[in-house]
Every structure is written in structure tokens, then in C-alpha cells.
Design a protein. Structure first.
Lengths: 114, 116
């Protein structure tokens, strides 16, 4: 158990809908990262938050947004969903940003867009 | 930009066989290199890492050496077990341009299956 909790584990929805994925980092970790894993794109970094502020951005679509709350949990919002958004979305946390800190990954949310 | 190329799988071995999974990279600056492992139904776990040239990362019998001259970080294990069956990802992070170390660039992953 990595200590990172993601909910829900599975999500099935229709095109055009909006969903929210939730991540609770390990106790004490200030950094949260979101990754998307799909068969065609592999593992792609989406976005990072550190202590409530956006720190780095990757291949995140404009239809997607994220935030980190004062209690350090994070939410990834996906809107106007398309079939191609079907993927496994991982959250990871670390104790700080910068340096070679170890990332701890949650077990992911499997999103299926029908 | 940064990129990681892994040998394509799947790789199927018998128990106690020698394992090599090739990984090469392209990066700006001086990247750190990682191997992550993903067991079925789980998230990724850090297996080992190396932060500078000629460093050797090791864990659970797995080893990888950071080779700057060949831009490689090949994963090896002398004797694999059935429990090593998983997907293995090579990854790098680089602070070039002020980006975060947590912004990992992953390879495509290599599926390893070990038979008794």
C-alpha cells in the first residue's frame, strides 16, 4: 500500500459528460502529480500541484483542470468527455518538489467513456 | 525534448533465467533515471534509480547503471522469479528549464512474464 488513495476505482460515463477524480496523498506529502495511462499514448504527465499551487504542467487538455485543496487532497476534473479520454488516471505524491524525491503512486481510476 | 525508449515486449522467461530490458534516453541537462514496476491492478512503484553518470541503482536483485556515453539505463536481474511478472517502466526526470523532478517522462513499458 503506497498510502495514496484514489477514488473512484472505476468510472463509466458517456461522451460529453463531466467527471471528477479524487486523490488523497500520503500523509505529509505536499506535492501531487496526475498522470494519464492509455494504450496509444503510454504514461503521460498531466499536471503537478505543490501545497495548493500549480507547479508544472504537461500534456493536459484545456477540457481538463485540477486543483489542490488546503487539506492537500487533489481533484482532476475532466469535461466534455470524448471516447479518447478513456484511460487509467494515476495520482502520485511526494514530500516536496525538486530534488530526486520518490513518487508514491495510487492504484488509479479507470475511466471508460462510452 | 525528453524521451525514453524501451525494448518492446512482451518478454517471456523461465524462472531463474537472466533478464535484460533495454532503455535509452534523450534529455537536456543532467537527468535522473528510474525504473518503476507495475504489478497487476496496482499503481507504479519505484524499483531503483540513479542520479548521475556511472551510478548503479539496485533493489530486490535488479540493477541498472547510468551510462551517459551510451545514454542508456538497462535493467538486469540474474535470476528472475515468477513473482517478478509485471510491467516495467524506464523513466527520466530533468531539471532543465526549471521543471520539476516529479515531471517524469516514461518509456512505453515492457511486459515481463516469468513461467515456473
Amino acid at each position: 500500500d503506497s498510502g495514496v488513495t484514489q477514488t473512484p476505482k472505476h468510472l463509466i460515463t458517456a461522451t460529453g459528460q463531466r467527471v471528477t477524480l479524487r486523490c488523497s496523498p500520503r500523509s505529509g506529502d505536499l506535492s501531487v502529480y496526475w498522470y494519464q495511462q492509455s494504450l496509444d499514448q503510454g504514461l503521460q504527465f498531466l499536471i503537478q500541484y505543490y501545497n495548493g499551487e500549480e507547479r508544472a504542467k504537461g500534456n493536459i487538455l484545456e477540457r481538463f483542470s485540477a486543483q489542490q485543496f488546503p487539506d492537500l487532497h487533489s481533484e482532476l476534473n475532466l469535461s466534455s468527455l470524448e471516447l479518447g479520454d478513456s484511460a487509467l488516471y494515476f495520482c502520485a505524491s511526494s514530500s516536496r518538489t525538486g530534488g530526486n524525491e520518490k513518487l508514491f503512486f495510487g492504484s488509479g481510476t479507470q475511466l471508460s467513456v462510452l | 525534448g525528453n524521451s525514453v525508449t524501451q525494448m518492446e515486449g512482451p518478454v517471456t522467461l523461465s524462472e531463474e533465467a537472466f533478464l535484460t530490458i533495454n532503455c535509452t534516453y534523450t534529455a537536456t541537462g543532467y537527468p535522473s533515471l528510474f525504473w518503476y514496476v507495475q504489478y497487476p491492478g496496482e499503481g507504479l512503484q519505484l524499483l531503483l534509480k540513479a542520479t548521475k553518470a556511472d551510478d548503479k541503482g539496485s533493489n530486490k536483485g535488479f540493477e541498472a547503471t547510468y551510462r551517459k556515453e551510451t545514454t542508456s539505463f538497462h535493467l538486469e536481474k540474474g535470476s528472475v522469479q515468477v513473482s517478478d511478472s509485471a510491467v516495467y517502466f524506464c523513466a527520466l526526470s530533468s531539471r532543465a528549464g526549471g521543471t520539476s523532478y516529479g515531471k517524469l517522462t516514461f518509456g512505453q513499458g515492457t511486459i515481463l512474464t516469468v513461467h515456473p
